[in-house]
Design a protein around this ligand. Sequence first.
Ligand code: ADP
Length: 436
Amino acid sequence: MRVLFAAAEIYPYAKTGGLGDIAAALPKALANYCSITSVMPLYSFVAIEGQLKHTFFLSLGSERYEIKIYSQEGTYFVYEPTLCDVKRPYGYANDWLRFAIFCKAVAKLAQILQVDLLHLNDWHTALGAYYYEGKKILTIHNLAYQGIFPASIMEKIDLDPALFDMEHFEFWGKVNYLKGGIALSEAVTTVSPTYAEEIQTAEFGCGLDGFLRRYASKLRGILNGIDYSVWNPATDGALFVNFDRSSYERRIENKERLLHTQKPLFVFIGRLVEQKGIHLLLALLERFAAMPLELFIVGEGDAKYAKALQQAHFTNIHTFIGYDERLSRRLYAACDFLLMPSLFEPCGLNQMIAARYGGVPIVNPVGGLRDTVHQNRECAWGLCMSEPTADDLLATIEQALLLPRDLMGHFNMGCDFSIERSARDYFALYQEIVWI
Ligand code: ADP
């Protein structure tokens, strides 16, 4: 079976969050089962030494674009200046056009490669379900981002007006890329079983819950995992001291070398957006300052949260505003507790990485967090909040301080959150779509 896997970010070339991790790990694990290649945009900040494989023109509306396809180590890269000459993958006014170009190029590449299946990821690739006529599967990594644009773009992306209806792309008078992709794909997956249920409710459905309920029979939740060779405390070059489960006692040196402390260390790593519950942490900073703990917050995102963090000057609270892969790895290895008070969380990878590195997650049990962290010891041994409020987070942290964190962290290193499990489930689904 031949599969093309399309994503807007693939680690290590580009990564803004979990999508980048998964788009690297999943195809690599699926390569044990099928012939799979990935494709992403060749953003100008991505350096490759790949070869030029194909050049072709494609038209969208009245414009014509020259597409160059490069390849390196099993990944294809689409180059076109409008799509690629940027400083970050998304967040531009013409994203509707940039990703329409990408999707049309991906559809053409799928045709050239004669694949049996096109695997699309999130709204950036969802138009591929419209441009490509073969079989496709769409994975929703975060329903909060749907790619919604004014109806006036329709002609410019060659969208058939007949599909501008409630059953396809139309969403409150606008064009919704993800919605159309859901309608036109043979199967739709999301990244945890609980999130697959949640997005069919008004609370978590981001306006698409009714639409998703209609397509419930083709919607499936497959839990994400992490690449155990990329996330391995025994070999991770970023760490001060490498360790594995049998040398767990060495782990503490990572905290001592990073912060020169033995106090319990609580860590938050993630996008500074409301989804991640960063506002709950901000509301508690003064309380934390008076507690026997260290707190380290790493992230980038909304300016108001970044500013509030920059203004917090307490000796036991450390912040880094920005994206720093090395620091994040050091913190996974150093933390006693990893905080994820998310309001919603499709899957979440941080809690799995923290467990792999011997830390203990403290989570609001929604989405994938409910599927991976338990009060008892079935999965990662962690603590679950009762409700997403600052008071409850504080109470959970106070409770955590009384628990045997080393015992819990040592247990967590034995959990299996590897992407291999996810790959088996995805391949079973691929078989259903392609062969049945
Ligand atoms: P998201 O909703 O952002 O995709 P996930 O939990 O699925 O969240 O994945 C987050 C990934 O991004 C993890 O690998 C995490 O370590 C990484 N990450 C997030 N923010 C930062 C940052 N500021 N610096 C380094 N790594 C980060």
